[in-house]
Design a protein around this ligand. Structure first.
Ligand code: F6R
Length: 587
């Protein structure tokens, strides 16, 4: 949830760190801080706000030195105040630490450290790491041993980078990502390759329970038991760093518009990879699909897509997986869907599926992610970096890929392959509705409650549309299966309600029309997303006619645009909605 970065080399460290943090800000952005070393002295600046704001007021990038660490925070323990921002110093100000994750036993450790005389300056769980390192360094006088002893005491999940005033940079990871960027004369330690991709495309991915120590002329790797380990260098794709807003005012808008290319790109798969993935999938007696948030909505839609291709699958929300995973065994296949590939709930589900003997396959956007590396086989959606916190293009790429896989292995086709060109044209037509939707957003911006109704394949899109509206515009929104309205929620509908109906002229048309009449007679305003004109709608968003199975791919786009414009109308920041982070690496 937070981003961490360390730098050691010949460059001006603080400028490198600030630039890296800017690129990784999607991971968490409520406070930011930097520490560097100059002539054996630790210098630190930190404060509440986004990287650009804090840098403007505190001039983080002017701290001197060629060695430093930095952090952007997404608060879990302790309020959003300067003192809780990282880096955290130990008592003697000779050790500074930045941390991502949660230290579950921090209270117990803090009490113990306080009894030995340590004084804490923040309410965070992370600060215990700095004091533990200090404590063990006093006892052993050895950085490697201090790192090993400290890591062994920590429970929970963590990646941290520690800087000692002897100019040593260290890192360790357990269930949180930490990647080393290897430049010509410098090293980076970062949560994400975006943190250093401007400088180098050579990376070393640390394994769980790895410690790295960077001295003046040496880089060494150990595990938590103190054994030396060796780690391979890999080359990462430069295009992963292509994160620029271009002509758009926000990444979110840019990413929504990129769907004209990304949806079909997800179907360009390497033949061998695809075969392996499909073989594992079809080899399973029971198939389960898991994911969180938007990726879970992809899973829900996948269930319907696969069932149209005559393949039965069950879905399990990743955060609920541990309570309902008993039915998995060695005959099962778990398909995990995740844009980031780092979501803690998803990773945990995959790990428990593996312990039950199930095969794991995944759909990811980041091939170097923990999920991809844990999977027996994975496919990439290839939609490029998604920087906006709300998932947009990754969602449509996931579902296009799921249609593609279902059509390859299923007995009945959804028709995605034969409809590729029509689909691209339809996506472009829907994107052209941007300014009309902006106008509708302006009319709806004061709404308190929005309901989104649809049936069958449209139902997961209702859930996804409601999630987008909630997270971007902070307006309460609920997605519902249209037929469920009469079983309770109708009690909420009155003249103040806004009801968006996914209503293309397909097999769901007639039944949904009856629901619209019911709503209309209660005085609610109706927004119809349909390919068929109808005077019943107060606002109509007309989408093109396409193959009936594929409507989800185009009808979600007006909802994404509506959520984006509602955010702008309500003075939100769609790229960085409050309280959220792009990569949710805590449970
Ligand atoms: C919503 C959103 C989140 C993510 C969820 C899972 O717009 O972005 O709901 O979909 O946190 O993330 P991934 O797909 O990275 O596992």
């Amino acid at each position: 949830m937070c981003s961490i970065i360390g730098y050691k080399g010949n460059e001006h460290a603080s400028s490198v760190l600030v630039e890296g943090l800017r690129k990784m800000e999607y991971r968490g952005y409520d406070s930011v801080g930097i520490a560097t070393i100059k002539s054996g002295k630790l210098l630190i600046r930190k404060g509440v706000g986004k990287v650009a704001e804090v840098n403007k007021s505190l001039r983080l990038d002017e701290l001197p030195g060629n060695l430093g660490i930095g952090h952007t925070r997404w608060a879990t323990h302790g309020g959003i105040v300067d003192s809780n921002a990282h880096p955290h110093l130990a008592c003697k100000s000779t050790i500074a630490v930045v941390h991502n994750g949660i230290i579950e036993n921090y209270n117990e450790l803090k009490n113990e450290l306080c009894r030995s005389g340590h004084e804490f300056k923040s309410e965070t769980d992370s600060e215990v790491i700095a004091h533990l390192l200090e404590e063990y360094f006093e006892i052993t006088g050895d950085i490697r041993l201090s790192m090993i002893f400290t890591c062994k005491r920590l429970q929970g999940s963590f990646a941290f980078v520690a800087m000692f005033n002897s100019s040593t940079l260290c890192g360790a990871r357990y269930d949180e990502p930490l990647i080393i960027g290897v430049g010509n004369d410098d090293y980076f330690l970062s949560s994400d390759i975006l943190g250093f991709l401007n400088y180098t495309d050579r990376a070393i991915f640390l394994d769980n329970r790895d410690i790295v120590i960077l001295n003046d002329n040496d880089i060494s790797f150990f595990n938590f038991d103190g054994d030396r380990v060796s780690r391979r260098m890999t080359q990462v794709a430069w295009e992963l760093g292509d994160a620029d807003k271009g002509k758009y005012s926000h990444f979110t808008l840019k990413e929504i518009h990129e769907q004209r290319y990304t949806i079909v790109k997800s179907m360009q798969q390497d033949k061998k990879n695809l075969e392996k993935f499909c073989d594992i999938l079809t080899g399973g007696k029971n198939i389960y699909i898991t994911g969180s948030g938007t990726s879970y909505h992809s899973a829900l839609l996948a269930k319907q897509i696969f069932s149209k291709s005559k393949i039965h699958v069950e879905t399990i929300m990743s955060s609920e997986f541990q309570y309902s995973s008993d039915m998995l065994d060695e005959n099962s296949v778990l398909l995990a869907i995740s844009q980031s590939g780092e979501t803690a709930d998803v990773i945990q589900s995959v790990k428990s599926a593996k312990t039950m003997g199930a095969k794991v396959i995944s759909i990811v956007n980041i091939p170097t992610s923990s999920l991809a590396r844990l999977s027996d086989s994975y496919l990439e959606v290839k939609c490029g970096p998604e920087i906006g916190v709300a998932a947009t293009k990754s969602f449509t790429s996931q579902i296009a890929l799921l249609y593609y896989v279902a059509d390859i292995i299923g007995r009945k086709s959804n028709g995605i392959l034969s409809s590729k060109d029509i689909l691209v044209k339809a996506v472009i037509q829907v994107l052209e509705l941007d300014s009309q939707i902006e106008g509708i957003a302006d009319q709806l911006k004061h709404s308190k409650d929005v309901y989104i109704l649809g049936r069958s394949l449209h139902f997961p899109i209702c859930l996804e549309g409601a999630l987008k509206i909630k997270e971007l515009s902070y307006i309460h929104a609920e997605g519902m299966a249209a037929g469920e309205l009469k079983h309770g929620p109708l009690a909420l509908i009155d003249t103040n309600s806004i009801v968006i109906v996914l209503h293309p002229d397909d097999s769901t048309y007639g039944d949904t029309l009856s629901n619209i009449h019911t709503i209309k007679s209660r005085g609610a305003k109706i927004v119809g997303i349909s390919n068929k004109k109808d005077a019943l709608y107060d606002y109509q968003i007309t989408i093109p006619t396409i193959n009936e199975s594929l409507y989800p791919l185009i009808e979600v786009i007006p909802l994404q645009l509506l959520a984006y414009h509602l955010s702008i109308c309500n003075n939100g920041n769609p790229d960085y909605p409050r309280n959220l982070a792009k990569s949710v690496t805590v449970k």
